[in-house]
Design a protein around this ligand. Structure first.
Ligand code: HEM
Ligand SMILES: [Cu+2]
Length: 488
C-alpha cells in the first residue's frame, strides 16, 4: 500500500498529529450527518417527507448547534495545525478540549432527542423554560450543561493559544503586529497565521465567557423559576456569544488559505500594513456589531443599533478585501496548479466574499424591518458557512491526507463542481424565499412556497452527495496516512 506522509513540520509531536486527525475525522462525520439533517428539514418544508413539527424543531436545534459546534472544532484544528509551526501549543489541552466537546455533545443530543428540547440553538429566554410542556426541565438543563461543557473545552484551548502567543511574541498586541502597524518597527511582522489566531483568541474568549454567564443564568432560571431574568439582557448576551463564535470559525479556517495558496503559487502571503490594520479593526468590530441581531427589538437604545448597523459594514469588509485582494494578487498570472485543494481554497474566498453582500444588505435597518426572520437570513449565513467555511475545512482535510498515492480522482473533480453549483443553488433559493417574505424557522409552509422548497431540496441533495464523495475519499485516504517525521 502506498503511504502518504502527513504534510507537516517536525516540531509537531506524534500525539498531537493523531489528535488533529481525530478532530478532522469527527468533524467530517458530523458535518455529513448535520447536512443530512438539513436536507431532512428542507424536504419536510417541501412536503416530500412527513416531518411532524416537534421533530422538525428538534432536528433544527440539533442542526444549528451541531453545525456551529463542529465548525468551531474543525476550524480550531486548522488554526492549531498551522499555528503550532510558530508557537509551542499544549497537545494535552488539545486532547482535553476534544474530551469536553464529546461529553457536551452527548448531553446536547440527549436533551434534544431523548428529552425533546427544541428551542433552537440560540435557546432564547424564556423559551427553554416556558415551552407549553413540549419538553421537561431535565431536557433543557441537559442542553445548557452540554453547551457549557463544550465552551469550557474551547476556553481552555484559547487560553493556551493566548499563552503560547504571548510567550513567543511578548503580548497579544505584538501578535496582531502592532509594532509594525503603528510604529514602523523594522522587525518582520508575525506570520498571517499568528495574526489571525491572536484575533481569534481575543474575540473568542469574550464570546465564551459571556456565553458561559448566560448559560448559567438560564440554568438557574430553569431550576428556580422564581429567579426571573431580563429577556433583553439575555438576548444581548446570547448574540454576543453566538455572533462572535460562528464568525471566529471563519477567522480560524481562513488560515488554510493564507498557508496553502502561497505553496501553490510559489509566492508568499505578504503581511502588509493594510492586512494588519484589517485584522485589528475586525478584532474590535466583530465584538461590537452583534446588535444587528436585535434591530427589531425597539426597546434597544438607538445608538446601540446604529453601532450594529454601521459596524456591520466595517467589520467584515476590510478583512474580506484584504483577503480577497491578497488571494487575487497571489493567484493572478502565477501559473497556479489547480487541483481540488487549491480550487476549494479559491472557491472559499469567493464564497465568503459573495456571502457577505446579502449579510450587509440585511444589516441595513430599513431592509431588516422587511427581511428580518425571513429565509433571507439562513440564505446569507449558509452562503458563507457552506461555500466559504465548509470549503476551507474540506480543503484542509484533503490537503492533510494528500500525498504519495493519495491523489484526486475524476470523481473528486465532479464532486467539487457539484458542491459549488449545488451550494450556490441551495443558498440562492433561500435568498429567493426571503424576497418572497417566506418566514424562517417554520416547520410548515404555505402551498405557494412548496416549489421553492422542492428546488432547494434538490440542490441540498446535490451538496450532500458531493460532500459524501469528498469526505469518503478523505476517510479512505486517512487510512493511508502514516505519521512519519519529515526532514526539517
Ligand atoms: C447541505 C447543507 C445544509 C443544508 C441542506 C441545510 C439546511 C438548513 C435548513 C433547511 C435550515 C432551516 C431554515 C429555516 O427554515 O429557518 C437550516 C438552518 C440552519 N443551518 Fe443549515 N444547512 C446546511 C448547511 C449548514 C452549514 C454548513 C451550517 C454552518 C456551518 C449551517 C448552520 C445552520 C444554522 C446555524 C441554522 C439556523 C437554525 C435556527 O434557525 O435555529 N447549515 N439549515
Ligand atoms: Cu451577527
Amino acid at each position: 500500500m502506498t503511504t502518504a506522509v502527513l504534510p507537516t513540520h517536525p516540531s509537531l509531536a506524534d500525539g498531537a498529529r493523531r489528535t488533529l486527525l481525530t478532530y478532522l475525522a469527527i468533524s467530517a462525520l458530523v458535518i455529513l450527518l448535520m447536512m443530512v439533517a438539513g436536507l431532512i428539514l428542507r424536504m419536510g418544508q417541501a412536503q416530500w417527507i412527513q416531518l411532524p413539527a416537534d421533530i422538525f424543531y428538534q432536528i433544527m436545534t440539533a442542526h444549528g448547534i451541531g453545525m456551529v459546534g463542529i465548525a468551531g472544532l474543525a476550524a480550531s484544528a486548522v488554526m492549531w495545525f498551522f499555528l503550532s509551526q510558530h508557537v509551542r501549543l499544549s497537545p494535552a489541552i488539545l486532547v482535553t478540549n476534544l474530551i469536553f466537546f464529546l461529553l457536551g455533545v452527548v448531553l446536547i443530543l440527549g436533551g434534544i432527542f431523548l428529552g425533546g428540547f427544541a428551542a433552537a440553538w440560540t435557546f432564547l429566554y424564556p423559551l427553554p423554560a416556558q415551552n407549553m410542556n413540549q419538553w421537561g426541565t431535565g431536557a433543557a438543563v441537559s442542553y445548557m450543561v452540554g453547551v457549557l461543557l463544550v465552551g469550557v473545552g474551547f476556553l481552555l484551548l484559547y487560553l493556551d493559544v493566548g499563552r503560547a502567543i504571548i510567550s513567543k511574541y511578548g503580548s497579544l498586541g505584538r501578535g496582531l503586529g502592532w509594532p509594525q502597524l503603528f510604529s514602523n518597527s523594522s522587525e518582520p511582522p508575525p506570520p498571517a497565521a499568528v495574526v489571525a489566531s491572536t484575533m481569534v483568541v481575543i474575540v473568542n474568549i469574550v464570546s465564551i465567557l459571556v456565553g458561559a454567564v448566560v448559560l448559567v443564568l438560564t440554568l438557574v432560571n430553569l431550576l428556580n423559576p422564581g429567579f426571573v431574568l431580563d429577556a433583553l439582557l439575555v438576548k444581548n448576551m446570547i448574540y454576543v456569544f453566538g455572533h462572535i463564535f460562528i464568525n471566529a470559525t471563519i477567522y480560524q479556517a481562513i488560515i488554510v488559505v493564507y498557508e496553502l495558496l502561497p505553496r501553490y503559487t510559489g509566492r508568499p502571503w505578504k503581511v502588509t500594513k493594510p492586512f494588519l490594520a484589517a485584522w485589528t479593526v475586525s478584532t474590535l468590530l466583530v465584538i461590537s456589531v452583534y446588535p444587528h441581531h436585535l434591530l427589531m427589538d425597539f426597546v434597544m437604545p438607538d445608538w446601540v443599533l446604529l453601532i450594529g448597523q454601521i459596524g456591520s459594514y466595517l467589520a467584515g469588509l476590510p478583512l474580506l478585501l484584504a483577503t480577497a485582494y491578497g488571494a487575487a494578487v497571489i493567484v493572478s498570472r502565477s501559473g497556479i496548479r489547480w487541483d481540488l485543494v487549491s480550487g476549494l481554497c479559491f472557491l472559499s474566498v469567493w464564497g465568503w466574499a459573495a456571502g457577505i453582500l446579502p449579510a450587509i444588505v440585511d444589516a441595513v435597518i430599513p431592509i431588516n424591518s422587511v427581511m428580518h426572520n425571513t429565509l433571507w437570513v439562513p440564505g446569507h449565513f449558509h452562503f458563507y458557512t457552506l461555500l466559504g467555511l465548509v470549503a476551507m475545512l474540506v480543503a484542509f482535510m484533503r490537503h492533510i491526507t494528500q500525498g504519495a498515492g493519495n491523489g484526486e480522482s475524476l470523481l473528486d473533480k465532479l464532486a467539487f463542481w457539484a458542491f459549488a453549483v449545488g451550494g450556490l443553488g441551495f443558498v440562492m433559493i433561500f435568498l429567493w424565499g426571503g424576497l418572497d417574505s417566506v418566514p424562517r424557522r417554520w416547520a410548515v409552509h404555505l402551498p405557494e412556497w412548496l416549489g421553492l422548497n422542492q428546488a432547494g431540496s434538490i440542490f441540498a441533495a446535490i451538496v450532500v452527495l458531493a460532500m459524501l464523495v469528498l469526505l469518503l475519499r478523505f476517510f479512505q485516504q486517512l487510512k493511508n496516512v502514516q505519521i512519519v517525521h519529515e526532514e526539517s
